[in-house]
Design a protein around this ligand. Structure first.
Ligand SMILES: Nc1nc2c(ncn2[C@@H]2O[C@H](COP(=O)(O)OP(=O)(O)O)[C@@H](O)[C@H]2O)c(=O)[nH]1
Ligand SMILES: [Mg+2]
Length: 357
């Protein structure tokens, strides 16, 4: 899974990126004009995988991972639109983590004023809308040009309708993800990867001194988006501590889990992701799929051959394995299942795909 971190300058994006990835990228108010993004890859430390690894003692244990991209480009600039290289990268993300400043800092507040969380969220959302507007308008112009040249195919008409729908929506501040499309329209616009199609997780970046006291603000944001509160600077500094010390500091200000764990949980919820596992003495591995995916989708996540030649999925649940002890007993108790193509995967299923190609 890939998450793009966006926000206004000095909202604490890089600070939170560091907290999440354990990296040590420079954070400072009004830093350089550095515009290339920071990249970080982090394992999703799922305790179930650790446990399965103990049970099977495999040669390799592979966790799911999350790639974070900390974008420096967004600065509330009026001209609208992202530089094309950033936009291309942003399009590859599954969801956007939107960081907003909720801390006071003499220098930053001196220039940008006191924190205005709701105002900043609106600012960024309108930038995203403008970015999509530019793309949709350009596309509409091109379609109209093609039509003038006499091209009349049906798929172009479908696409035109979808683009007009998008333009109407965006002009009324409605993000693409909230619009309804027919199956054909969806297909027609898929390639554009509109930014406002991506789900958003808002992170309110509070100072440690006001962390936990922003319930009303969070409730307000929650009406529109999934939201979490972070104490960016504080959580970044936890990286320099031992696990035990970090836990103690966290509980002092009322943080129950690491930044990484909280984001992982929230983004899985946001995207409707669940995990299934493959196990064996060679490899224990976590895979990520969408809630509602079936056994063939799961097989395809592992390898396209497994989907193509799918016969059956041998399946049992992690819960049962841990409660009962081993695969042999699971079979004896009749908890080892053979599932067909339409079986809907459940979080924590352990699969072995039978296939032939
Ligand atoms: N007091 C306080 N300062 C923070 C917090 N998060 C970031 N900062 C400061 O804000 C400035 C900008 O942070 P940075 O992460 O570089 O922001 P970016 O421009 O969004 O990447 C730095 O001086 C940080 O130390 C926070 O949670 N509390
Ligand atoms: Mg930064």
């Amino acid at each position: 899974m890939k998450l793009g971190i966006l926000g206004l300058q000095n909202s604490g994006k890089t600070t939170i990126f560091n907290a999440l990835t354990g990296q040590n990228i420079e954070t400072a108010s009004f830093t350089s004009g550095k515009i290339e993004p920071n990249l970080g890859l982090v394992n999703v430390v799922d305790a179930r995988i650790t446990k399965l690894s103990e049970i099977y003692n495999p040669q390799k244990t592979i966790y799911a991972n999350i790639e974070y991209i900390d974008f420096a480009g967004l600065s509330g600039n009026e001209s609208g639109g992202f530089p094309s290289n950033l936009l291309a990268l942003l399009k590859t993300t599954d969801a956007i983590v939107l960081v907003v400043r909720n801390f006071e800092d003499e220098i930053i507040s001196g220039v940008l004023g006191v924190p205005d969380v709701l105002g900043d969220i609106e600012k960024i959302k309108s930038e995203l809308i403008i970015s999509d507007l530019i793309i949709a308008e350009k596309r509409l112009q091109n379609i109209e040009l093609s039509q003038k040249r006499g091209i009349k195919d049906q798929s172009l008409l479908i696409e035109k309708n979808a683009i007009i729908k998008i333009l109407d929506g965006l002009n009324s501040e409605i993000p693409v993800r909230k619009l309804e499309f027919s199956k054909e329209e969806k297909k027609a616009i898929k390639g554009f990867q509109f930014i406002t199609q991506k789900p958003i997780l808002v992170i309110v970046n509070s100072d440690e001194t006001n962390f936990g006291n922003n319930g009303n603000l969070l409730k307000e944001i929650e009406k529109q988006s999934k939201v979490a509160e972070f104490a960016g600077n504080f959580e970044m500094e936890l990286n320099n501590l031992s696990n035990e010390d970090a836990k103690e500091f966290m509980s002092d200000i009322g943080i129950s889990e690491s930044a990484q764990n909280r984001i992982t949980k929230l983004s899985y919820e946001l995207l409707g992701y669940i995990s299934f596992f493959t196990v064996g003495t060679d490899e224990v591995r976590a895979w990520t799929i969408q809630n509602g995916d079936n056994a063939v989708d799961a097989a395809g996540t592992i390898h396209s051959d497994l989907a193509r030649g799918f016969i059956r999925a041998e399946c049992f649940s992690y819960e049962d394995l841990v409660n009962i002890g081993d695969e042999k007993k699971i079979r004896e108790k009749g908890l080892f299942r053979l599932e067909g193509k339409n079986y809907l995967l459940k979080d924590g299923d352990i699969l072995n795909i039978r296939f032939s190609v």
